[in-house]
Design a protein around this ligand. Structure first.
Ligand code: ATP
Length: 365
């Protein structure tokens, strides 16, 4: 089922929760709505479900206008963060409930329930009450209940937020597997960028009621169109810079800690314009453990702070003016650097992105 939001606005009194969003969710996608608290993600989901009406704009299912269709007629399955299971009903009864409401024949109800239990790997737990299950198992019951009704679209609102870190990782794999198996168009709301990057076929980033960017995870991480997206999706170094011009296909900029050349620019800048450069901590190389730096894109910094994590080491480096640069070195070599020591860092031009200066008002799409 393809879902289209067309110029959707939702106002609550003076508050604009969603401020004019155009978005297409492709049939069969696992599409994430990602953004900080209060950016309008849940409101988008509730309008899709028919639990809220847009103030203006249209919602289309496979081209058909469903804006005024009541929730019950949309055939949607939902999983919320608190699962909302019936505590006095067994797992099986919880799943059967929605099917009974649909007035399916007894045999069909049994078959669909068995299927949902199998796919969520809960067959052994059919006769238990929710209170006799772990958080992860309860989460799977909520999912089983939602998919048993064969929804047109599956909506997941922060479904993993009540689980511990280990279980969240397991459930990510589970949800991805189930999505691949069933191919149901799924819309998933989260503020956890790792969930979105690891599972999503597409990710839409929201800010203050505006859709900022929609892309597949790799593209979003590699080519954020704004400093906000670069910062929200992964970690990044953002440095104020002055655009100097293009030479040999590279964009030259001057930052407070030196001049660098960047392969790519998301802004049509001319010489003298203020811009921002973005490069990921894992793209910063250091002259430690015998590594030497190439002549280009070198930054002379001092070590400000060090965090050793075993598989990686995080270096916080500082320029003479106080500019901070973070470097994340995987499989870190042995070294004897101390706070205040000089460090040469360098970043390849292909890992540097020139972005527009952020304004207070988020850009509308
Ligand atoms: P969170 O991650 O915290 O759930 P969100 O991105 O899902 O946030 P929404 O719940 O969609 O954000 O809320 C968007 C904005 O609309 C917020 O400013 C919120 O306070 C406001 N809002 C949401 N529902 C209502 C309501 N029923 N009445 C008034 N304001 C509301």
């Amino acid at each position: 089922m393809e879902v289209v939001f067309e110029r959707i606005v939702k106002k609550y009194g003076d508050v604009t929760a969603v401020g004019g969003v155009d978005l297409t969710i492709k049939s069969g996608a696992l599409h994430f709505l990602l953004g900080p608290s209060g950016c309008g993600k849940t409101t988008m989901l509730r309008m899709l479900a028919g639990l809220e009406s847009p103030s203006s704009g249209r919602i289309l299912f496979n081209g058909k206008d469903v804006t005024n269709l009541p929730a019950a007629a949309r055939g949607i399955g939902m999983v919320f963060q608190n699962y909302a299971l019936w505590p006095h009903m067994t797992v099986r009864k919880n799943i059967e409930y929605g099917l009974t409401v649909q007035k399916l024949a007894a045999e069909q109800i049994r078959q669909r329930t068995d299927e949902a239990l199998t796919i969520t790997q809960l067959t052994r737990y059919g006769d238990r009450l929710p209170g006799q299950l772990s958080g992860g198992q309860q989460q799977r019951v909520a999912l089983a209940r939602a998919i048993a009704v064969r929804p047109t679209v599956l909506l997941l609102d922060e479904p993993l937020s009540n689980l511990d870190a280990q279980l969240r990782l397991e459930m990510r794999d589970n949800l991805s597997r189930i999505h691949k198996q069933l191919g149901i168009t799924t819309v998933y709301v989260t503020h956890d960028q790792k969930e979105a990057l690891s599972m999503g076929t597409n990710v839409s980033v929201f800010r203050a009621g505006q859709l900022i960017q929609t892309d597949p995870p790799r593209q979003l991480y590699h080519s954020p169109k704004s400093a906000f997206v670069a910062r929200f999706v992964g970690e990044t170094n953002l440095l104020s810079a002055t655009y100097l011009g293009q030479k040999d296909g590279l964009h030259s900029v001057r930052t407070a800690i030196g001049a660098v050349d960047a392969n790519r620019s998301m802004v049509n800048a001319k010489s003298g314009d203020e811009v921002v450069v973005s490069f990921r901590p894992e793209a910063v190389k250091l002259n430690i453990g015998g590594h030497d730096s190439p002549a280009d894109n070198r930054l002379s910094l001092k070590l400000d702070h060090l965090t050793y994590l075993g598989e990686s080491e995080q270096f916080q480096l500082m320029g003479p003016d106080g500019t901070l640069v973070r470097a994340n070195v995987f499989n870190p070599p042995d070294h004897s650097l101390a706070i205040g020591d000089s460090v040469t860092a360098w970043v390849a031009a292909e890992d540097i992105l020139v972005l527009p200066v952020e304004t207070d008002q988020p850009a509308s799409t």
